[in-house]
Design a binder for this molecule. Structure first.
Ligand code: UD1
Length: 421
């Protein structure tokens, strides 16, 4: 397992280019199962979540080819095999394959994420909606078997606007003779991009980006060329890195309105944010004010940049409260930040950050060792270390590699001292 060795204290100055969004690319790659012929996806990051999903697609007979950062997928020889268990259990995104296989073959066999049984693991919303469409389920030895003998029109009411469930219903119903309506659908830009991709392929889907999506089934879908939207979470991560560490960073290939919530908050905090059509520049040269936040579905404050915002909040002038409403286990970075001197009080869903002047890492001989437990939290520990005085080692880099492509190279270009060991 690789680790990062970081010497903190250098401002970040320069440019960083954002590639296609992981959370758009994953469902779109799964959607390719529905298509005939060849699809070209442009500017796809070679991150491990993508590679794992491609392993699953290869197991289904889909030809995968990378060329100059673009991804070519050919479904000419697709077949409905059982999903590769090892790859499926590595990523939660494997759940999308379920919707696509049902859409294409009317049946699917998929290892449950983490091998949990039906109902206890939160894929209950996925199963409820697919059930409304007529899918029958059974489970044995951690394998979920799904069958759609006769597809039917359905109105699916989501109790919570789950991103994955919304996308799964779209994938499962794009082909067929039915009409499916999703009420209280997720409005994330990645859902809109999935629908844009499918409509290009010949699907008939309306309402994406609103809370009601209507899918009218079509006979077949054809492969196309598509450039998925830029990664708003990676863009937001770099905005917060620049705002926390200090400096002057131009983040290119961004859709600023996808990060409107964060940009507003950064401006209120006193960070200079200049947004153009497709770039955002962050300049920070002084101590920022604090601004409390709570996570919520889009266009609310994204849970995926909660931990990065927490690191930023540690170094602001007042007390910040951050409420995590989406996932229970998203404060695991707190103990690691405390090792750098952060003053954080954690109660249930709320973390309170008291201001400190600086993070303090270790010496060259005895660096502080910080352990990341998940993708975004691990990225945040990198940022805290870059903002620290002294040396740190970050463990858990394999989580970072799931969603950030060669992160150390981007930070090195910005003047940071970070190496993979
Ligand atoms: C997606 C994103 C993830 C992001 C999350 C919320 C991808 C690949 N991942 O994850 O980066 O953090 O949206 O913006 O796009 N839930 C249930 N039952 C279900 C499904 C979800 O209880 O059947 C719960 C989850 O446990 C969680 C909440 O709903 O508490 C939100 O989950 P959801 O919107 O489904 O997130 P994902 O699609 O898993």
């Amino acid at each position: 397992m690789s680790r990062f060795l970081i010497e903190g204290g250098n401002p970040l100055v320069g440019e960083v280019n954002i590639r296609a969004a992981k959370n758009a690319v994953l469902p779109i790659i799964a959607a390719v199962i529905l298509t005939e012929g060849e699809t070209l996806l442009r500017d796809v990051p070679r991150i491990s979540d993508v590679e794992n999903l491609l392993t699953i697609l290869s197991g289904l007979g889909i030809k995968v080819r990378w060329q100059d950062g673009d991804l070519h997928l050919d479904t000419t020889q697709i077949r409905n095999n059982e999903i590769n268990k090892e790859a499926a259990q590595k990523i939660r995104g494997s759940i999308f394959v379920l919707g696509s296989l049902i859409g294409r073959f009317r049946q699917a066999r998929l290892p449950l994420p983490g091998g949990c049984s039906i109902g206890r693991r939160p894929i209950d919303l996925h199963l409820y909606g697919l059930g409304e469409m007529g899918v029958k389920f059974s489970e044995a030895n951690g394998i979920l078997s799904c069958n759609l003998k006769r597809g039917r029109s359905a109105e699916i009411y989501l109790d919570f606007p789950s991103v994955g469930a919304t996308e799964n219903f779209i994938l499962a119903s794009a082909i067929g003779k039915h009409t499916v309506k999703i009420v209280n659908a997720a409005k994330e830009p990645e859902v809109v991009d999935l629908v844009d991709f499918l409509n290009k392929c010949g699907a008939c889907i309306s309402g994406a980006g609103t809370d009601t999506i209507i899918i009218e089934g079509v006979t077949s879908l054809q492969g196309v060329s598509h450039r998925p939207i830029p990664d708003r979470i990676v863009a937001g991560s770099f905005m917060l890195a620049a705002a926390t560490v200090g400096g002057d960073v131009l983040i290119k290939n961004v859709v600023p309105r996808h990060n409107a919530n964060l940009i507003k908050r950064l401006r209120q905090s006193g960070v200079t944010v200049t947004a153009t059509n497709n770039a955002v520049r962050i300049i920070t040269d002084k101590r920022r004010r604090s601004y409390s936040a709570q996570t919520g579905p889009y266009p609310g404050f994204p849970t995926d940049i909660q931990s990065q915002y927490a690191v930023f909040s540690c170094l602001t002038t007042g007390i910040t409260h951050i409420v995590e409403n989406m996932f229970e286990d998203r404060f695991r970075y707190v103990d690691e930040l405390r090792k750098l001197g952060a003053r954080i009080c954690l109660r249930g869903k709320t973390a309170t950050f008291k201001p400190i002047k600086k993070f303090k890492a270790g010496t060259k001989e005895a660096p502080k060792v910080l352990r990341g437990h998940e993708l975004r939290g691990s990225f945040s520990l990198v940022v805290a270390s870059l903002a620290s005085e002294g040396y740190s080692i970050i463990e858990g880099v394999e989580f970072i590699d799931r969603g950030y492509e060669r992160l150390e190279e981007d930070f090195t270009k910005l003047g940071a001292k970070i190496i993979r060991i």
